[in-house]
Ligand binder design. Structure first.
Ligand code: GLN
Length: 491
């Protein structure tokens, strides 16, 4: 078995025992990238030279016995998180040449453990999208089927993990962008509770919804990575001051006393693909066999989640993206002579179609005269949706749903139909609107061989319970062990 195909925790063990070096692992990962990146397109920026230096540094640390959980492990970072001195594009022309002068907090935390940064991964521009087709830097392909999308917006990170182009990755999730591509690519993705992980140094999309989280090959890796990135940060005013948790410890134990709710509205309308429904019910049976009990719960405002999200997210985005005016950051159009024209030209030339659409929708929803009808109303409905979840969690500890209504769709299928694209987020946006944690784990394959994801949601700050149940499920199934066969081509 090649080193690149191991999990983080397996490699950690091998490094601890001195069986391999970080240099060996890093070279193996870059060999893999050379073979498959040409047909996947997971990265915007590769950092090979720096990575090999970091591997050497990690090996020095390891030889001295200073080994942490991520020391020497090759990790990929979604290109909306700032690494000092490394171009951070956010998938946009407007930030094509932006090099941040500082590290985001998650990067700082990772660096304390001396990992190896493989590169920055592709994403929908400003994380707006569900397919990674809306990047200025080209599309990313799904490793299970090149003709299909990897999901989005963290599709680069998902594909990179799935295709063994890194050992683990970070993504960001505003309405599903970690869980949804994780489901499409057959990996594990977790959106932490809002406030659990610092957003400092994450390029802002919709600040009341954005969270950074792990994307990994299995649940144990997910727990390890979450332990490193979570915790209080004074640089993020919404960061929550809670004790550091070792999530790996939470994996142990049975799930006998755990009560899981199934939201009846999700299965009533018939919007779920047959194979997805079948896999979810098989997963339910498996969890039942492991001792979990199930109840039906109701989330009566579910049908408004997409509309609510697609008002709040663009509203916040229109405000956050006002900073890209050609003065402070990134691209500046040289075509206009006067200041106002420069602003207009810069934004017209620098932003892609979907980003412009969101800025216009968001500005409209916030404008005087429409604010009450749109933004305020959406905020009120958001509260109703949150209450639904509060009530549901009185009857159960976790909720179980599909992550995506159908497996990865074909490239080009939805990109010209934004409403269809938005509907793909139907099961993921509620966790962001309510701030609760949610995980996606592989739970089956369609008859075309495409991965299917199971979503578990918990009360605020109950990531431990999520990970425990996800781990128990994973230990008794083998979906996470299956790998795609990728047509190799030298790039
Ligand atoms: N697909 C959703 C959107 O386009 C979610 C994106 C995300 O989570 N970053 O807004």
């Amino acid at each position: 078995m090649e080193l690149y195909s191991y999990t983080l925790h397996e490699l950690q063990e091998m490094l601890r025992k001195g069986e391999v070096t970080s240099k060996d692992i890093t070279m193996s990962v870059f060999k893999r990238i050379k073979e498959v990146e040409g047909c996947i397109g997971a990265f915007i920026t590769l950092m090979k030279e720096r990575a090999l230096e970091q591997a050497d540094m990690a090996d020095i640390r390891i030889r001295k016995g200073e080994i942490d959980s991520l020391t020497g492990i090759p990790i990929a970072i979604k290109d909306n998180m700032c690494i000092q001195g490394v171009r951070t594009t956010c998938g946009s022309k407007i930030l094509e040449n932006y090099v941040p002068p500082y590290d985001g907090t998650v990067i700082k935390r990772l660096k304390e453990q001396s990992p190896v940064f493989v590169g920055k991964t592709n994403m929908d521009e400003f994380a707006m999208g569900s397919s990674t087709e809306a990047s200025y830097f080209g599309i990313t392909h799904n490793p299970w089927d090149r003709e299909r999308v990897p999901g989005g917006s963290s599709g680069g990170s998902a594909s990179a993990v799935c295709a063994d182009e890194c050992i683990a990755a970070l993504g960001s999730d505003t309405g599903g962008s970690i869980r949804q591509p994780a489901a499409c690519c057959g990996i594990v993705g977790l959106k932490p509770t809002y406030g659990r992980v610092s957003r400092f140094g994450l390029v802002a999309f919709a600040s009341s919804l954005d969270q950074i989280g792990p994307m990994t090959k299995d649940v144990k890796d997910c727990a390890i990575l979450l332990s490193v990135i979570s915790g209080y940060d004074s640089l993020d005013s919404t960061s929550v001051n809670s004790k550091a948790v070792d999530y790996e410890r939470a994996l142990k134990g049975d799930i006998k006393d755990i009560k899981i709710g199934i939201p009846k509205e999700y299965f009533e309308k018939g919007g779920i693909d047959r194979c997805v429904e079948r896999s979810i019910f098989n997963a339910k049976s498996e969890l039942e066999r492991l001792g979990a009990t199930f109840v039906e719960v109701s989330l009566p405002h579910s049908e408004f989640a997409i509309a609510t999200y697609y008002l709040i997210a663009p509203a916040e985005a229109s405000s956050n993206l006002a900073r890209y005016d050609g003065v402070k950051y990134g691209y500046r159009s040289s075509k206009a002579k006067k200041l106002k024209g420069m602003y207009t030209r810069t934004r017209s030339e620098g932003f892609g179609q979907e980003v412009k659409r969101r800025i216009m929708l968001g500005t409209y929803a916030l404008s005087a005269g429409y604010y009450d009808a749109y933004y305020k109303k959406a905020s009120q409905v958001r509260t109703l949706i949150k209450r639904d979840f509060d009530y549901a969690f009185r009857e159960c500890d976790l909720l179980l749903t599909p992550t995506i209504p159908n497996p990865a769709f074909k490239i080009g299928e939805k990109i010209d139909d934004p409403l269809q694209m938005y509907l793909f987020d139907v099961f993921t946006v509620p966790a962001n609107l309510t701030g609760i944690p949610a995980i996606s784990v592989p739970c089956g394959f369609s008859k075309e061989g495409l991965p299917i994801g199971l979503q578990l949601l918990a009360r605020h700050f109950e990531e431990e319970m999520l990970l425990k149940v996800a781990y128990a499920f994973e230990q008794h199934t083998s979906f996470h062990l299956k790998k795609p066969i990728i047509k190799k081509e030298e790039s």
